[in-house]
Design a protein around this ligand. Sequence first.
Ligand code: C2E
Ligand code: CA
Ligand code: CA
Length: 742
Amino acid sequence: MDDQLAFRADDQPNSASPAVWRVLAVDDDVDFQRATAFALGELDVLGGRIELLQAFSCREAALLLARERDIALVLLDVVLETEDAGLRLIKALREVIGNSETRVVLLTGEPGRAPAYEVMRDYDINDYWSKSELSAERLLTVLTAAVRGYAQLKAVASARRGLQMIVESSNALFCSKNTRELSSKILSEIAVLLNLQAEGIVCVRAEGAEEGEEGVAPRARIISASGRFVRNVDASLDSLDSPEVAAVLRRSLQEQQTLCLSDCTVLFFPRFQAGADYACYVATERALNDTEQELLKVFSASISRGLYNVALFSRLEEMAYQDDLLKIPNRNALIRMLDMILKDESKAERVLVLIDIDNFSGANTAFGTGYGDFILGLVAKKLRDAFDGNVLIARVRDDLFAILGPQTQVSAAAIVALFRRHTRSYELGQVHSLSSVTMHLGDFTGSAGVALQDALLTLKQAKRAGHDQHTVYDPRLLGAHAEAYRMLLALRDAVEAGHISVQLQPQIDLQTRRVTGVEALARWRKADGSMVPPLSFIPLAEATGYILPLGDLLMRLALQAAKELADAGYGDIRVAVNVSAPQLLQHDFIERFVAHLRAAGVRPQQVEVEITESVAMRTFDTVCEKLRALREMGVNVAIDDFGTGFSSLSYLRLLPADRLKIDRSFVLEIGQVSDDKMIAEAVIQIAARVGMQVIAEGVETRQQADWILEHGCREAQGYLFAKAMSCSDLLGWLDSWPGARA
Ligand code: C2E
Ligand code: CA
Ligand code: CA
């Protein structure tokens, strides 16, 4: 730190002038020491005050000199303890301590006893005086000459050390793989070289920033910073929180030159050296002296070679990190940047937005890849124009783009707005919407790869709902999705392993106690014996399309049971099979169904198809067509969960169905709410009006059974009679059921 004090900008701004020059007087003559102290007390030499150190013996002096390196001058009495003690002290100073900068002036009590010339030369002794000749005036002259010599030698020495450092740091600079890494090294090396606190900024003028545009300040991005500037890394120069610093950096970039100012230095490197205009600001808090400026010049040459290497390397790198078609960063570049951000504290303020052009692949197929490339180019350009160098725009794949940057700039809403304006001006007039997912990186704890994957998954989920979907990544939601995904995989395994079966639940004619039918219900028994309820895996299978193979299996199992029943003499017991919407809506559903019937050897009349009311009403015409075809074959049709869809009577009348199944929720109300509030009665009356039979689900009590019979519903299914059971259990149960056989 002394060295830092040692330089200051004053009337001789370019010479190394400390505030204090230290002078050591070595003499055993107390009177002389006192006189010297008096004479030096008031002196001002080259703008510095004199600080006097005194030693009364050679030994004392040697200890002092070994300890203090910054002594400008030694005033030495030649004859001390012994004849040659003084000279031995100088020899030690030069050869043992290795101090060649401290100046030495020899003094003697007796005039005419000058030391030999060789001694003066070999020990680099500046001057020789007899004490009597040394007037106060002369002392000033002697001191001034000695101090100037010392200052020069110091400068040379520090330059030598600096050069040594530059040579050493060059190695570090040459090994840098990228501009960021190199920049942070440059900042720290300059700090070491100039013995400063590392406080600086490196910024690069963003690629594509046009030069020479009137009134447009070049857009530059801060790629490295140290000390108090650290939090500005990755920000644009315009948003730098120190306006004066931003101003000098901008000036250097604009004037394309290095600036040496009273409290800072900005090194400038042009594009041809650095790949992009490159400016490095170093806070010096003072003007640099000549030596330091010279050193910086040499250091700059070394930096520019490092930058050139890195620029060359970056061009090679571009190939791996750039999208070929759009010439913007690709997925690798995104991952690299994400990786860096996720490791940094600044991630809290960053967001990743992924956008996906709706219907892109369709348009690509319809209009050709030329059209697709055109759209992608427009999107890339629009995004790049909309954001500054702080925001990374990358093409992840196909029509999927990533926008990564500070949340103050990047938002789905802003991007969508951009795109909406944009699509209207297409020459082709083709309008695309887009879907997006926003991920706040502050919430994210995983790696870059996982972040991208999770964001993609969220986007995919959102896009299921259609076009123009904008969603925000939520780890909890994705957790549920991941859970569902695991279950789907397990379900596939269960199907393979034969862990899926159907159980049969009897349906009873309340008047005759006869068993009229059974409903086949899916069962998943896991390897550990536990059961997975159908309400947790059937909707999942429906949502993912897996219901088609699963439904086929369930149909086969149900028809096998029907065959077993028929073979056991219960051929008049209907077997009801639940059919989901995706199954029914398959274009070849009827053919498949017939194939199943044939394969099982079951009469169509023994089978009932259950579809829910909501499915029936949703795609009414198509469903009616299928149901009609089924009924023409002799297959029974039941409308499940009836009453929950509140279908209008006019539609119900047209529905080709044999039976309405009153939903369990209405049966549950029986005996619990007052008669006039019960929906069950209305539901039964509706069934009668549209001329269908009716069956109540979920009958658990005698009271419920009595009530529904009383109100015109003859059939029931529920725990009051039996739960669903395996086919062999059912055969045993039937044998003991009093009204089983007609
Ligand atoms: P769902 O078609 O309405 O089936 C009736 C559900 O009510 C069955 O539940 C049955 O066990 C239950 N249940 C019957 N009697 C009573 C009772 O007295 N009290 C109570 N509390 N519950 C009763 P499960 O087997 O859990 O099936 C639930 C749903 O899963 C079914 O509702 C159906 O929507 C679906 N499902 C089951 N098997 C299949 C299948 O093979 N294919 C299709 N597509 N869906 C199925
Ligand atoms: Ca059912
Ligand atoms: Ca039901």
